[in-house]
Design a protein around this ligand. Structure first.
Ligand code: HEC
Length: 257
């Protein structure tokens, strides 16, 4: 009896050891095999091409001519207290962790003299000539995903109404507030349609629309309209990109070394 139990323990130990070794071997294969696939970079590049516009289209900026005149500026001032640990918004205020943001709407990103911006923000300023309503709206939703590498470590303002109120307030923290565009009911409808998802609005040319966030700086109304139109297809682009990584799962054939 005692003997049997002893052997059971020994066999158990051997079996356990074998299982551990097998597990380690499989783990090693999983870790090292994908490096041979070398095509990974391609798949990632494709996914990244769609992520910017896709993200932008999901969170479509509103029609500023419609929302700004009625925005709750006082609520925006309240929201700005979340920025106050790093930014001043007064005329001539000091830079802190972030730059003074008096008159930031209309300013070129990464351009305030005397502030040491990240290269990510400076590069963004080379692509986008000024902070306008749309770019601020998208940036403030999630700064680090919108400008990867920015040193603004702030989680972002999830609620569109918070961002709209804040931007309406921010607009007034300036010696020459940016103009409010004329209302564009069509764009407003498109943005609203995008917000409630689907609805398909029957608008054409999503391909052109997906490029807009990079280039369209002044054309506020068309940006909103195109972005709204793009929303429907953006979901599909996303699932297409998600399907792409399947090509990476080619590893099983490769023998371990
Ligand atoms: C934890 C600190 C921190 C908080 C909180 C913060 N920011 Fe920033 N912000 C920064 C830093 C740092 C930069 C410079 C980013 C860079 O160079 O990459 C910056 C940059 C910016 C810029 C670009 C300025 C320019 O000159 O291009 C804007 C606009 C901005 N912040 C707005 C806001 C707003 C609005 C809030 C509140 C909702 C906020 N930030 C909250 C640290 C912060």
């Amino acid at each position: 009896m005692n003997d049997d139990l002893g052997w059971n323990k020994i066999f158990g130990a051997i079996l356990g050891t074998a299982l551990v070794i097998l597990g380690l071997t499989i783990a090693a294969q999983m870790i090292y095999a994908p490096h041979k696939a070398a095509k990974m970079g391609d798949a990632i590049a494709v996914a990244e091409d769609t992520s910017g516009p896709g993200a932008a289209a999901v969170d479509t900026p509103p029609d500023w001519g419609t929302v700004l005149p009625t925005a709750d500026v006082a609520a925006g001032a309240q929201v700005s207290t979340k920025c106050a640990s790093c930014h001043t918004f007064t005329n001539g205020g000091a830079d802190g962790t972030g730059p003074n943001n008096w008159g930031v709407i209309g300013r070129q990103p990464g351009s305030k003299p005397g502030f040491a911006y990240s290269t990510a923000m400076q590069d963004f300023g080379k692509k986008v000539s000024k902070w306008d309503y749309d770019h601020l709206y998208l940036f403030l939703a999630n700064p680090q995903s919108y400008i990867s590498g920015t040193k603004m470590s702030f989680v972002g303002l999830k609620k569109p109404e918070d961002r709209i109120a804040l931007i309406a307030w921010l607009r007034q923290q300036s010696s020459s507030p940016a103009p409010i565009p004329a209302p564009n009911p069509k764009a407003a409808a498109a943005a609203a349609g995008a917000a409630t998802a689907q609805a398909g609005a029957a608008a054409p040319a999503p391909a052109a629309g997906t490029k807009v966030p990079e280039t369209g700086v002044n054309a506020t109304a068309p940006v909103s309209a195109a972005a709204g139109a793009a929303t429907g297809s953006a979901g599909q682009t996303g699932s297409g990109a998600a399907a792409a990584p399947k090509t990476d799962k080619t590893a099983p054939g490769a023998p371990p070394k």
